[in-house]
Design a protein around this ligand. Sequence first.
Ligand code: ATP
Length: 350
Amino acid sequence: MAEIQLRNLSKRWGSFVGVDSFDLTIADEEFLVLLGPSGCGKTTTMRMIAGLEDATEGDIMIGGQRVNDLDPKDRDVAMVFQSYGLYPHLNVYENIRFPLRVRKIDESTHDERVMRAARMVELEDFLHRKPAELSGGQRQRVALARAIVREPNVFLMDEPLSNLDAKLRVSTRAQIKNLSHELKVTTIYVTHDQIEAMTLADRVVVMKRGVVQQVGTPTEIYNRPANVFVAGFIGSPGMNLVEGHVSGGTFEADSVRVEGLEVRDGALTLGFRAEDARLAEPGEPAQIEAPLYTIELLGDATMLTVRAGGALMSVKASKDLRASIGDAVSFVVPPGACHLFDPATEARLD
Ligand code: ATP
């Protein structure tokens, strides 16, 4: 049983706050992803859980035990980093076996455990190679096998896919998801890649400048972002956001007019996703009218972007659409698809 509780966890260096009052219970066997831009405090949070960094304040509980004062090796966590941390002079077999030797685990069990871990990441045919004789993806799988072999209660993974090319990243991502499910290990996974977060996580924690912005399932975070930052960060592209004014339920900004909103009069940040809007039919009333700024072919769709209300706004259209930069385009944005934010606090209003 490895429920992890973080209570008011903070890290400060002098007056700089790296992580600010992080409070969360991570369920046994949960796959939790810490997501946010560079410098938001993801790695520091992870290093505090691993014991590689002292917490300035707060408690870290693993399986009901306070571990703040335990050495990393006594915390029953295994870490996988973006730099694989393999020993160059040891072959794959010995690299995977290394944690068992360090922990003085009964030698008679080593072979079986190493082979099982190697099989799980499909490395059986590479056991005698040195790390220098492996591809990046294979090295990353050795690092995974080395984490698995210990059968820890907790996996901590810090951007483990960032050194892999796009295709390998997708297949290794699937493998990690599968492994964590099969091994029933509580996993905390750090990434700045929101697609990775959305595909892997049971729950996502979105962070910005050391502060948790939202905790939720990928669907909750996508469908009901708590604030402007989360709305713009999640999604590919992020949510379209435009600042304007509402009067009598009608929102207006330059080239944008959306009627039928249920919100008080005053300043408002309006958001909508590229896939929730569409091109207007000829003669149909539209909410946005502007010249086309860019057109991008995505394969399964075409992304149209206009400049309106002082912002760039993208709308997904059919892959067969033919249009050119500068063409006048009109978008339909259903009021029900709009997200409403307070421009002063940036918090969600509805
Ligand atoms: P990245 O995605 O770039 O790895 P991150 O979200 O993991 O970023 P952290 O490495 O946790 O970010 O760093 C959080 C903040 O704390 C950053 O602004 C960083 O510069 C700062 N920081 C990290 N280590 C130290 C340190 N030893 N002394 C002072 N500031 C530090």
